[in-house]
Design a binder for this molecule. Structure first.
Ligand code: BGP
Length: 488
């Protein structure tokens, strides 16, 4: 069981990820990561890259820097909000909000620039020590993701990334350094962001590269097997090196409803749920591959290469909590033609009972209570809602205000459902709202889609003052947190 130094009431917080927020991608000894690049396509000529770059001024500065600094043909695309240089003032704003927990990710390439280096990069370690200490100064707990999609590019180029079992050793080395050097400052550990991204976005999840489409499923699931083993090792090492600090699992939760009461639709819903959600958590929380996947693997002709000791490792490395991102719910049907709408990185069937965000994501607060109950029933492990929020076009007025009542309504509706789920008996540890401060979005890769309660004055091309402004939702969230703490 997780030993809590706070009462039963869950913590209210905020989340970001390094590759979408930090910037400073060639500073402080950092190596290039797979999320610093639009595509890692070794076949591209410098001319092709230049052409792409011309169409995307957003990356101009980084592109020039990358070319100058190491003469590579990489095409960096993420600038972030320069959190790397602003974390002190940003964390001060989080403290003003009353944030109880802050989730961010550690960039592997800041700790081991090439992934296979013999010694870690001290500057990288210092950066995180400073940032996390700053959180603790204000009483904010730290929830750290070890891999939010990004790994050092060198691991992909030299070893084939997640395809190669050798990555497990490099990951162990990375995790050991994290525990030993940052372990006193981190309260909750998460080896992988949205581990099911392996399947729904293999370019992000398991760092496959364009040109690797052949036998894609085989590659995806073998890579994933290596990630499962890494997660289990992170749990084992955590027990030894950071006892009492829980290590968890996370998926992008695609809450699934059957389209009708037709038996075929219900069966489809169960299967969709198994293949896109449960499989991943079942392995990490129960410690073995579920039976239903054997049939699925046969169907798609996938054979996982297990080595001796793998099954035992999975069994002994089960996680201490479960977490998920929750943005929308989806509908399952066995019919071939259905009206589609965009979901987070996937397409889903339209639900006539729900409204959509500007990006077509179906807003479903009750689905959050539904999913919390489902997950708790299945594993009886404490839960963190690691991401949830509304991406919207925000307008900064001349007097530097953002009147985002739509976001307030969204957050209120979802947090109210957390309270309901807790009354249902769900053991909820924390809620870390996604993009607490505006960051570069993961899908569209722009600043257009903003989630924050803090506005950052940067546009898609990276132009702007970079100044931070409090949106109306800032004051609302601050008050909600205050009320929340009172009822503890
Ligand atoms: C999740 C990712 C995040 C985040 C979020 C919102 O899948 O873990 O990194 O960005 O989705 O997605 P987007 O930024 O595309 O709106």
């Amino acid at each position: 069981m997780i030993k809590r130094d706070y009462d039963k009431r869950y913590l209210l917080g905020g989340a970001i990820a390094c590759s979408q927020a930090d910037g400073g991608f060639r500073e402080g000894g950092k190596g290039i990561s797979t999320q610093d690049l639009r595509y890692l396509n070794p076949a591209w000529t410098p001319e092709q890259i230049e052409e792409k770059h011309q169409k995307d001024p957003f990356s101009k500065k980084e592109y020039d820097t990358a070319l100058k600094s190491d003469g590579t043909k990489y095409y960096p695309f993420r600038r972030g909000i320069d959190f790397y240089h602003h974390y002190k003032e940003d964390i001060k704003l989080f403290a003003e909000l009353g944030l109880q927990i802050f989730r961010t990710s550690i960039s592997w390439s800041r700790i081991f620039p090439n992934g296979d280096d013999a010694v870690p990069n001290e500057e990288g370690i210092e950066y995180y020590r400073d940032m996390f200490s700053e959180c603790h100064k204000y009483g904010i707990k730290v929830f750290a993701t070890m891999v939010h999609y990004d790994i050092p590019v060198n691991l992909v180029e030299k070893y084939g990334g997640w395809k190669n079992r050798k990555i497990i050793k490099f990951f162990e080395r990375y995790v050991t350094v994290l525990y030993k050097r940052l372990g006193d400052l981190v309260d909750f550990w998460l080896p992988f962001n949205e581990i099911n991204a392996a399947k729904f976005s293999p370019w992000d999840g398991v760092c496959l590269i364009p040109g690797e489409e052949e036998n894609m499923d085989q590659k995806i699931f073998q890579c994933l097997h290596h990630q499962f083993l890494c997660s289990a090792r992170a749990v084992q090492l955590g027990r030894k090196l950071v006892p009492g600090k829980p290590v968890g699992a996370m998926i992008a939760r695609f809450t699934t409803y059957p389209a009708t009461s037709k038996p075929e639709d219900n069966l489809q819903a169960i299967q969709d749920d198994q293949y896109s959600n449960w499989f991943y958590l079942d392995v990490l929380a129960r410690g073995y591959y579920p039976e239903y996947m054997k049939r699925y693997f046969d169907k798609i002709n996938v054979h996982i290469h297990f080595e001796s000791g793998d099954a035992e490792l999975l069994k002994s490395g089960t996680v201490g909590f479960v977490s998920f991102s929750y943005y929308f719910s989806q509908v399952s049907t066995n019919e071939a033609n259905w009206e589609k709408t965009a979901g987070n990185l996937i397409m889903t069937k339209k639900n006539p009972y729900l409204k959509e965000s500007e990006w077509g994501w179906q807003i479903d607060p009750i689905g959050l209570r539904f999913t919390l109950n489902q997950i708790y029933d299945r594993y009886h492990l404490p839960i963190i809602v690691a991401e949830n929020g509304l991406g919207a076009h925000d307008v900064l007025t001349e007097d530097h205000k953002v009147h985002d009542d739509y976001r307030i309504a969204y957050l209120k509706a979802h947090i109210d459902q957390l309270d309901e789920a807790v009354k249902d008996g769900v053991d909820l540890i924390a809620y870390t709202m996604w993009g607490i401060i505006d960051i570069v979005s993961c899908g569209p890769l722009t600043m257009d889609k903003r989630y924050g309660v803090i506005y950052v004055d940067l546009d898609n091309a990276g132009n702007g003052t970079g100044k931070r402004y409090k949106k109306d939702s800032f004051y609302w969230y601050k008050n909600r947190i205050k009320q929340h703490k009172k009822t503890n």
